[in-house]
Design a binder for this molecule. Structure first.
Ligand code: PEP
Ligand code: MN
Length: 358
């Protein structure tokens, strides 16, 4: 697949003067719930109503979705509000049922994108469709796997495509439910600037208090839209309660988010500058995270040396590290002087950490 301007056609056809907003509950629960949320979203910036009908759960026993019955509720919500509809499909049978109920956009879940066999089955079932298909990133941070899924649809003549960035699983506990790894989405955007890129802050965050900041970062990185889980009584939602926000909160959020205009020359300059600055922020954040990890290892080494009565400063080892880093730096066009300064500072901090070990 190559980048083509046409990839954006379906989105441009909406004629929006703001990023696309997809909103709605994690799961369709009852007819009343779907209709009530749809009506509350009707006069916001929302274009598409989302609701999971079949829910992929990490462990059995959680709410697994209402099934095909819920598709009728989405249809009714569309009739009553004019919102378009979207749901997750995970096999050819889901596809058939969703098409029968006039669902406008189908999304492929993160647990499906990891499996080329299943993605291929769904792509075959959708061959030649003019429906839009949005592909969530796989749960593991693998750009090739994500793009591979997009290509499977593209080669089946599904040309209205987009991707949803919903973060990546980590074993380590972080402030996120799913680590954003912005760099992966930024790389994808660099390769396919015209493939619509949508942020799902809800599944990245896992909690509602950081959704705004995630959305702002995405808009600063020029994402094309947002998919936000929304419920009139978030705490009582049958799935993903902690991360859902009310339609009113969504409405306020879209008003508060800074959206950059690209109309005049000056704002085009500002837009590019802001995008580049946000990319720098992403890398700076990674640098701090990595430095933090390095110091934790230094703490462990400190403990080990102490237990074995070994001196903290090991000059031979330190000179080896420096030599390796200078060579690696050269490959990346970083001067020896710079590498020396940075690693002396890192080494100093490491020694301090090792000394602090009780
Ligand atoms: C969802 O959108 O509710 C969902 C299950 O998402 P994901 O596939 O990203 O986990
Ligand atoms: Mn969910």
């Amino acid at each position: 697949m190559e980048n083509k301007k046409e990839l954006k056609t379906w989105l441009n056809n909406f004629g929006l003067d703001h990023p696309l907003v997809i909103a709605g509950p994690c799961s369709a629960e009852t007819e009343e719930q779907v209709l009530k949320i749809a009506h509350q979203l009707k006069d916001t910036d929302t274009t598409v109503l989302r609701a999971g009908i079949w829910k992929p759960r990490t462990r059995p026993g959680n709410f697994e979705g209402v099934g095909a019955l819920g598709l009728k509720w989405l249809q009714k919500a569309k009739e009553e509000t004019g919102l378009l509809t979207t749901t997750e499909v995970a096999n050819a049978n889901h596809v058939e049922l969703a098409l029968k109920h006039d669902i406008d956009i189908l999304w492929i879940g993160a647990r499906t994108t990891v499996s080329p066999f299943i993605v291929q089955d769904i792509a075959d079932a959708l061959k030649g469709t003019d429906k839009t298909v949005l592909i969530k990133n796989p749960v593991n941070p693998d750009l090739a796997l994500w793009l591979g899924a997009v290509e499977r649809f593209y080669t089946q003549d599904v040309k209205n495509l987009g991707v949803i960035h919903r973060g990546f699983s980590t074993y380590e506990k972080t402030r996120y439910r799913n680590n954003p790894e912005w760099q992966i989405a930024v790389d994808l955007q660099t390769q396919f600037p015209d493939l619509p890129l949508i942020l799902d802050p809800s599944h990245i965050a896992g909690r509602r208090d950081i959704i705004f900041d995630l959305c702002q970062t995405a808009l600063d990185l020029n994402y094309d839209g947002l998919m936000v889980e929304t419920h009139f009584d978030p705490d009582k939602a049958w799935s993903d309660a902690a991360q859902q926000i009310t339609p009113a909160a969504l409405d306020q959020m879209t008003k508060d988010l800074r959206i950059r205009k690209t109309t005049s020359m000056e704002s085009e300059f500002n837009n590019k500058l802001n995008t580049l600055r946000t990319k720098i922020d992403v890398v700076d954040h990674q640098i701090i995270e990595q430095l933090g990890k390095r110091m934790q290892i230094a703490d462990d080494i400190g403990g080990l040396k102490k237990a074995n009565n070994v001196a903290i400063l090991q000059a031979k080892r330190w000179n080896e590290i420096l030599g390796k880093m200078i060579l690696q730096g050269e490959e990346r066009n970083l001067s020896e002087e710079f590498i020396l300064k940075v690693f002396k500072a890192i080494h100093q901090e490491s020694i301090q950490h090792q000394k602090n070990v009780e």
